[in-house]
Design a protein around this ligand. Structure first.
Ligand code: 5GP
Length: 219
């Protein structure tokens, strides 16, 4: 029996290391599918089309919205980001756990559409550490960094909308802890209705056979 996969939303402040935690999770554990988003932002050095993102123009993005090809989308620091629908639907049907690394507006839209989605917010070990990571990345202009810090302040206000927080102290440890949580979702009663119903019917059947046999013996 294939249980449908879990939809897992992972958010966190810019620079917290969400991407590294996701990489650790998918490279060391089976059964995960990481959704690749579409974005209108420019690729950073080293980013590859179709691996980190599908880099598209604003017009192409608007067309995807128009054609209902995105499960959710949001604007973040002057660019659009969105999750392509087809990949998510296919992988969930195949029983894979689908990871969406997205920001908070998108996370809330997912929660509305998929109430069973698991929302995880990755926290830095400390704010000093976060700022170090964000500033030492060296890929953003000062203006872009300022916008990302402003955005972090907004996101900090919404953390309680998530189901769990995990601290990214060490990448692999954080991924291990998240893996346990995600895998436990497979045991949710709501995800196992068919199996529960089968056991229920078998017990009822057993009960009626047992009471028939007993009453025959008594008479
Ligand atoms: P970055 O430019 O650093 O790659 O991403 C900026 C922010 O956009 C991050 O918080 C990232 O999680 C978020 N993001 C990436 N893809 C998506 C998406 O498809 N939808 C939404 N809502 N946010 C996304």
């Amino acid at each position: 029996m294939t249980v449908k996969g879990s939809l897992v939303v992972v958010s966190g402040f810019s620079g917290v290391g969400k991407g590294s935690v996701m990489k650790s999770l998918i490279s060391r554990y089976e059964g995960y599918a990481l959704s690749v988003s579409a974005t209108t932002r420019e690729p950073r050095p080293g980013e590859v089309e179709g691996r980190e993102y599908f880099f598209i123009s604003r017009d192409e993005f608007l067309e995807m919205i128009e054609n209902d090809e995105l499960v959710e989308y949001a604007s973040y620091c002057d660019n659009y980001y969105g999750t392509p629908r087809r990949f998510v639907t296919q992988k969930l049907e195949q029983g894979q756990d689908v990871l969406l690394e997205i920001e908070i507006q998108g996370a809330l839209k997912i929660k509305k559409q998929f109430p069973e989605a698991l929302l995880i917010f990755i926290m830095p070990p400390s704010v000093d550490e976060l700022m170090n990571r964000l500033l030492s990345r060296g890929t953003e202009s000062e203006e872009a960094i300022c916008k990302r810090i402003e955005r972090a302040v907004e996101e900090a206000g919404g953390i309680e909308d998530y189901d769990y927080i995990y601290i990214n102290d060490r990448i692999d440890d954080c991924a291990d802890r998240m893996n346990e949580l995600i895998r436990a979702q497979r045991n949710r009663t709501s995800r196992n209705s068919r199996f529960i119903e089968e056991i229920r019917q078998q017990i009822s059947h057993y009960k009626s056979e047992y009471s028939t046999n007993n009453s025959e013996q008594e008479s």
